[in-house]
Design a protein around this ligand. Structure first.
Ligand code: FE2
Ligand code: FE2
Length: 257
């Protein structure tokens, strides 16, 4: 598992995780912009370059954290604008791209989440483990269900059995998301202690996210060996496996990062 070798959860590591997330999104999007859309492609490439530079800074673990956070926030905000603008164009059928609207929205939401995390680091505010579990499950379970939807989106129609299996997994994560949103309104703030019902849910999601991570890495291996018919970017599965890993680590630690 390549990405866990240098996956560090100190402040630099967390900033690097989110910058790399945007950077990968830019690279994936780059493949799906029609040659009719030269301006969009150029604007996206500028974003990739900028995000890549700030990501390298975070990875080098040198320099002032405050300055790095500012740069990360600016770079992510600019990329967010481009994605949100393109999403609106796509809804008006005014842009030629092969990226589904929901996938643009998925990337927009992750950019927004990164900005929340940057602000949280800046403020130094403490979040209770219960609040963190509610926040992380409501945010990430939707992303996990989406990921399965995108695996199916890229997977060739001829992969009947795999596509069936992926659909079932997606529906399971949709149900878990419903449970997370139910717990969010049932367990009201202030959430000081961890209720047994929430802790049980947390354990379930840790287990599910771990097995989803394993599944994504298995598919990643097939894609990298060119052993499955798909139009997926070669490292997309590794990207979404990293996000599953991030989810269960946050749940184990009871934090938002
Ligand atoms: Fe992502
Ligand atoms: Fe994602």
């Amino acid at each position: 598992m390549g990405y866990t070798d240098n996956y560090e959860r100190d402040t630099y590591g967390v900033i690097a995780f989110w910058l790399r997330n945007d950077y990968d999104h830019g690279r994936f999007f780059d493949r799906e912009i029609s040659h009719y859309e030269i301006e969009l492609a150029r604007a996206n490439q500028n974003n990739i370059q900028r995000l890549g530079t700030v990501w390298q800074k975070a990875q080098s673990k040198t320099g002032d954290i405050g300055q790095l956070l500012n740069e990360a926030e600016h770079a992510s905000r600019e990329f967010h604008s481009l994605l949100a603008y393109t999403m609106d164009k796509s809804l008006h059928c005014e842009v030629i791209i092969s990226t589904p609207v929901s996938l643009l929205d998925h990337m927009v939401r992750e950019s927004e989440e990164s900005q929340k995390v940057y602000k949280l680091i800046q403020s130094g505010a403490q979040v209770s483990p219960s609040d963190a579990v509610i926040h992380e499950t409501v945010f990430w379970l939707r992303q996990m269900a989406d990921h399965l939807g995108y695996i199916r989106h890229y997977s060739d129609v001829s992969n009947y059995e795999v596509n069936f299996q992926v659909t079932n997994m997606m529906q399971k994560f949709e149900r878990l998301l419903m449970q997370a949103t139910a717990l969010k309104t049932m367990i009201r703030k202030p959430r000081n202690g961890m209720l047994p019902v929430l802790d049980q849910f947390r354990q379930t999601i840790i287990k599910e996210a771990k097995s989803l991570e394993t599944f994504k890495l298995e598919v990643d291996d097939l894609i990298k060996k060119c052993a499955i018919a798909t139009t997926s970017p070669p490292d997309l599965l590794e990207h979404i496996a990293r996000e599953a890993h991030h989810l269960w680590r946050n749940l184990e630690d009871g934090v938002i990062t």
